[in-house]
Design a protein around this ligand. Structure first.
Ligand code: OGA
Ligand code: MN
Length: 288
């Protein structure tokens, strides 16, 4: 089967067809990796992956990171500690089998509150609701290239504090003290503009809005600057909206994209299994 790659939008994303992820040849895998570096988000439909196959494919990109600490800690399927479950489904005791519930998950990039966040995450769709729950991706390299020069000048050479208090569903991470003070919050400092280690492109790196802070400004100045950056980055021309089908595998680059999820009917079921590829380096500053 010939491998084909079709861009999903101009800014971000490509669909790859003609690859069975259970058994990709070296050439297939090279094509997948190339598309991932070029488009930051890749979609492969109609995949048949059990957890072992999802792990085997994920490990071709490198060592895996364990799941994040979420509202109920780290939730994995029994025997699969490297898999993270995103789901609103309740178990027999009435506890969620996964994280993020059925509400909106606001714009974020995964685990940027760590000094070395994962390079990539991927989701495999096991159960999807009849409507809602679409996942949106934002191309942060295109957003960076299109930054108005005055806005770019205000962040060039600066770092942003990334919050580790709340997750994208708005839930407090297990065991963390609640705070709305970026200085008191657990988290990590990263350059506002990164250089992508694989393709060398500049990427705007915002992480999450809540409890974020740009160094060298007062809190009020930083908040106003962040509002302007977020309004710029989340414009429609930088976005791809993914409408899930069963068997979809979507992988994204956590350095060069952000994502968010629409809410869906909490009475419906949505089950996704996720893996995350350990970061090869700390996020690197882009020097013009
Ligand atoms: C994630 C995430 C959104 C979704 O798994 O990192 O943000 O669509 N998921 O489930
Ligand atoms: Mn996420």
């Amino acid at each position: 089967m010939a491998v084909t790659t079709r861009p999903l939008t101009e800014a971000v994303g490509a669909e790859i067809a003609g690859v069975d992820l259970r058994n990709p040849s070296a050439a297939d895998f090279a094509a997948v990796e190339r598309a991932w570096h070029r488009h930051s988000v890749i979609l492969l439909r109609d995949q048949k992956l059990d957890d072992d196959a999802l792990l085997a494919f994920s490990r071709r990109f490198g060592e895996l990171d364990p799941p994040p600490n979420q509202e109920r800690g780290k939730i994995s399927p029994p025997g699969y500690p490297d898999i993270y479950v995103v789901s609103n489904v309740l178990d027999a005791k009435g506890d969620p089998i996964g994280a993020l519930g059925a509400g909106e998950a606001v714009w974020h990039t995964d685990m940027s509150y760590l000094d070395t966040p994962p390079d990539a995450s991927m989701l495999f769709a096991l159960e999807i609701p009849p409507s809602g729950g679409n996942t949106w991706f934002c191309g942060m390299q295109a957003a960076c290239d299109a930054l108005p020069p005055d806005l770019r000048a205000r962040i060039e050479g600066r770092r942003i504090k990334h919050d580790g208090t709340y997750n994208s569903g708005g839930y407090l991470r297990k065991g963390v003290t609640p705070t709305d003070d970026p200085m008191a919050a657990p988290g990590a400092w990263h350059p506002a503009i990164l250089k992508h280690p694989a393709n060398g492109r500049a990427t705007l790196y915002l992480g999450r809005r809540r409890n974020s802070y740009v160094e060298g400004y007062t809190r009020a100045e930083s908040d106003a600057l962040l509002e302007a950056l977020w309004a710029h980055a989340t414009q429609p021309q930088f976005l791809y909206e993914h409408k899930w089908r069963l068997g979809d595998l979507v992988m994204w680059d956590n350095r060069s994209t952000m994502h968010r999820r629409d809410p869906f009917d909490g009475a419906a079921r949505r089950v996704m299994h996720r893996t995350q590829i350990k970061g090869g380096t700390k996020p690197l500053a882009y020097a013009a």
